[in-house]
Design a protein around this ligand. Structure first.
Ligand SMILES: Nc1ncnc2c1ncn2[C@@H]1O[C@H](COP(=O)(O)OP(=O)(O)OP(=O)(O)O)[C@@H](O)[C@H]1O
Length: 278
């Protein structure tokens, strides 16, 4: 059974323009799905329909096999982690209280909460000493890490992430991406991750969905989308940027080292490539 399912889902806001247009999609437990597409194509709308922040005009959205219309909204939201760009930590609460926010609502024992906070803070790559700090005492990247820890606290199977690392500098962004890959594998979470960054979508997703005007233009592995685009739109969307991000990083690093150490001349590398392409 899919953990999330969209069946003939439609959504329009104003002018009856369909922002989500007959969306059909099944997501299974343990998948890391990245959702990519141009600004305004409906990525956030699609994501927010999963935790009932937006209701469809037509069709059915099922979570854990149950139509979201039949879910109690608070229960549904508590069973789904949600991480957004401006993470919205509570400024007057310590990091520990922020992480344990949902557990407090659920009246979980203090001992268990302390243990959870200790484990989660380390899981997201921060030292336990951060637990007593306030959000204003953290960098942007550290705040996003705490946001991820908070989303994991109630141990939901599903985590929705909407451009979670969008406002973080490149180095921190890379390290956050690596952490989330590890966390997802280790805890076998189902993650739906919205981004407009091609490299990020290809790096993280076990399945990548390219949305175009509220419809799925193509979905599949990164190899499918880059090497077997099924339309001009997909081909143009990824272009050379997509191809570059498929290049094996280890080989590129080795090559770079060789060029730096003058074991090889970069012009020779181009000559070899020309031999293959001409
Ligand atoms: N509450 C709303 N009322 C009216 N129109 C809306 C509302 N929310 C979103 N829209 C419109 O719906 C379209 C899709 O918005 P959505 O936020 O889903 O796009 P997106 O793909 O996530 O875009 P971005 O990458 O820019 O965040 C946009 O044209 C937006 O202006």
């Amino acid at each position: 059974m899919p953990i999330i399912e969209f069946i003939n889902v439609e959504k329009a806001y104003i002018n009856n323009d369909k922002i989500i247009n007959n969306l059909n999609l099944k997501i299974y437990k343990g998948e890391f799905v990245t959702v990519l597409g141009e600004s305004g194509c409906g990525k956030t709308t699609m994501l927010k329909m999963i935790n009932k922040l937006i209701s469809p005009n037509d069709g059915i959205v099922k979570v854990y096999g149950k139509d979201i219309k039949n879910w109690n909204t608070i229960d549904l939201r508590r069973s789904i982690g949600y991480v957004i760009q401006q993470i919205g930590l509570f400024p007057h609460m310590t990091v520990e209280k922020n992480i344990n926010y949902v557990l407090n609502l659920l009246k979980i024992k203090d001992e268990y909460k302390r243990k959870t906070a200790n484990e989660l803070i380390e899981l997201v790559g921060l030292d336990r000493s951060y637990l007593s700090r306030y959000p204003r005492e953290l960098s942007g990247g550290q705040r996003q890490r705490v946001g991820v820890a908070r989303a994991l606290a109630a141990d939901p199977d599903i985590i929705l992430m909407d451009e979670p690392f969008g406002a973080v500098d490149e180095i921190n962004r890379n390290s956050l991406q690596n952490e989330i890959i590890k966390i997802q594998k280790r805890l076998n979470k189902t993650i739906i991750f919205v981004t407009h960054d091609i490299n990020e979508a290809l790096k993280l997703g076990s399945r990548i969905i390219l949305l175009n005007k509220g419809k799925i233009e193509q979905m599949g592995t990164k190899e499918d989308l880059i090497y077997k685009p099924n339309s001009e739109f997909v081909r143009n969307f990824f272009g050379i940027k997509g191809f570059k991000s498929m290049l094996d990083e280890k080989i590129m690093i080795e090559l770079y080292e060789k060029v730096l150490n003058k074991h090889i001349d970069v012009e020779d590398v181009y000559d070899k490539i020309k031999e293959v392409t001409l």
